[in-house]
Design a protein around this ligand. Structure first.
Ligand code: QV4
Ligand code: CA
Length: 512
């Protein structure tokens, strides 16, 4: 038994599954489309002080610039080269951001687009974020350089060269995903160019990678590329620390390619988590919160130590990728806060918080015609800075979910309870639940449309605690509800179903 535990711990730190986080911090925030200068400031003024472990940044590599539609967010998923100028800023600004975030103990994970270059209809010219020439007719990307030899088309067997069926693993890996020119990652030359790009970022100080579109790459090719990666920069990380790898593989079941094919290489995004939690919180298909008692592997999810989890991501919050209408986003803020509260309180997986921008949704037959819209921008298409309001929220259509009190305080909760197991589960057989994390934290949620009035076992030492959902502990007083826990750990809770935030969370550091 002891041996097994030791082996499990070793397995965890050996490979690229360890997020390399600092100071006991646990959660990632995806600052989608933020400028590097704003991320640097955010690390210093907000993320480090509030216990965020890491930032996932938008792709820093040179991309195509699309003007029809007008500068869509997705142009950054169409690389032109591995030069480091992008809509988020220059290479100098990227470097400055990495240094400043590392200096306050916040890791940077790069969104790495290595399955493909731009779309086949991208054309010829210099309409790219560093102004580099390219030509999609000849598959010429001189700044890497890649030429027609470096693409997969010769291997793809579909009529139009596109991925047509997700039941054919050869198509999915060797054909074009939505016309994107598919790189021949079995070639030593291509592997070397990709590894050189990732290693440059490692040298600059990044701590890991969110690897885009992994389902469309052979695990063997990825293994080779990851095997070429250097250890992290020792200015900030211990010698021989491997970069954290989390692979985007959308596996909701029912397809030929399984997330499990990628477990050995690093962690994997667990999309079932996002789709299912949305259903449970919305109570679709007769789901109830009490069913969350077996949440995690018990729901058919991947092993917790392989998973990166989230309520929504930049794709499924706007109908891209997969997950469907159940996915919760900031547009449904009340349910979103409940869902995020549950996610951050529950021990499963490495958690990622989304930070979005608002756009003009325009539904036609349940499809959002404006799902392409980029971040708040100036007339010339350049991304606007993030203004911070006096009340600490963000302005200018930047949503900044990560700054919502309920979400920020649950990120802190997760850090406080990270070494504690789930305990003291209670439910009413319906959608009122509560559980503790050992003796360090406790959450109770009322998602029924009637009141919750219960005396519950919190697992916590006796005392008065500040509820971090309705307020904050400031100095030694509480701006929200106060909860008094008696000496045997029990406390009485009242949560009306009409409250904006029908849940309460207390933890060791919110004790008064
Ligand atoms: C279109 C047609 C093609 C046609 C082509 C002709 O779809 O069939 O041949 O025009 O010009 C954009 C457009 C798309 C366009 C394509 C190429 O939306 O209409 O093709 O560009 O010009 C993002 C967006 C995509 C976008 C892409 C590239 O979501 O809409 O495509 O960026 O700009 C699957 C994958 C999964 C993927 C998910 C979205 O298994 O890996 O779909 N998720 C990741 C990223 C995602 C990104 C990509 C992969 C691609 O999270 O943001 O796609 O890098 O589930
Ligand atoms: Ca591919």
């Amino acid at each position: 038994m002891k041996l097994l535990v030791v082996a499990a711990l070793f397995g965890l730190c050996f490979a690229q599954h360890d997020p390399n986080t600092k100071h006991g911090r646990t959660s990632i925030v995806h600052l989608f489309e933020w400028r590097w200068a704003d991320i640097a400031a955010e690390c210093e003024r907000y993320l480090a002080p509030n216990g965020y472990a890491a930032v996932q940044i938008s792709p820093p590599s040179e991309s195509i610039v699309v003007t029809n539609p007008w500068h869509p967010w997705w142009q950054r998923y169409q690389p032109i080269s591995y030069n480091l100028c992008s809509r988020s800023g220059t290479e100098g600004e990227l470097r400055d951001m990495i240094i400043r975030c590392n200096n306050v103990g916040v890791n940077i994970y790069v969104d790495a687009v290595i399955n493909h270059m731009c779309g086949a209809a991208g054309g010829e010219g210099n309409h790219s974020s560093c102004g580099t020439y390219f030509n999609t007719k000849n598959k010429d990307f001189p700044s890497v350089p890649y030429s027609s030899w470096d693409f997969n088309d010769y291997k793809c067997k579909t009529g139009n060269g596109e991925v047509e069926s997700y039941n054919d693993i050869f198509q999915v890996r060797d054909c074009r995903l939505v016309s994107l020119l598919d790189l021949a990652l079995e070639k030593d030359y291509v592997r070397e160019k990709v590894a050189k790009y990732l290693n440059k970022l490692i040298d600059m100080g990044v701590a890991g990678f969110r690897v885009d579109a992994c389902k469309h790459m052979w695990p063997g090719d990825l293994s080779n590329v990851f095997g070429r990666l250097k250890s992290l920069n020792t200015t900030w990380f211990l010698p021989d620390t491997k970069p954290f790898i989390y692979q985007e593989v959308i596996d909701l079941g029912g397809e030929a390619i399984k997330a499990s094919e990628y477990f050995e290489l690093g962690r994997v995004t667990e999309f079932k988590y996002s789709a299912k939690l949305g259903k449970v919180i919305r109570e679709w298909d007769g789901e109830k919160l009490s069913y969350l008692k077996s949440w995690g592997e018990g729901w058919g999810f991947m092993p917790s130590d392989k998973a990166v989890v989230f309520l929504d991501n930049h794709d499924n919050q706007r109908g891209h990728g997969a997950g469907g209408a159940s996915v919760l986003t900031f547009w449904d803020s009340r349910l979103y806060k409940i869902g995020t509260g549950f996610m951050l309180a529950h021990p499963y997986g490495v958690t990622r918080v989304m930070s979005s921008f608002r756009w003009d949704r325009h539904f036609v037959n349940a499809k959002d015609e404006n799902d392409w819209m980029g971040p708040p921008s100036n007339a010339d298409g350049s991304t606007k800075p993030i203004p911070i309001n006096p009340d600490t929220t963000c302005g200018d259509n930047w949503v900044c979910e990560h700054r919502w009190r309920q979400i920020r305080n649950m990120v802190i909760f997760r850090n406080v309870v990270s070494d504690q197991p789930l305990a003291n589960w209670w439910d009413n057989g319906n959608s009122q639940i509560s559980f503790s994390r050992g003796s360090k934290g406790f959450i109770v949620i009322n998602n029924n449309n009637w009141e919750l009035n219960e005396t519950l076992n919190t697992g916590l030492p006796g005392g008065t605690y500040c509820d971090v959902i309705s307020g904050d502990k400031i100095d030694n007083s509480c701006t929200g509800k106060k909860i008094s826990v008696d000496s045997d750990g029990r406390a009485t809770f009242h949560i009306s179903h009409t409250e904006e935030d029908p849940f309460i969370a207390i933890h060791a550091e919110s004790k008064l």
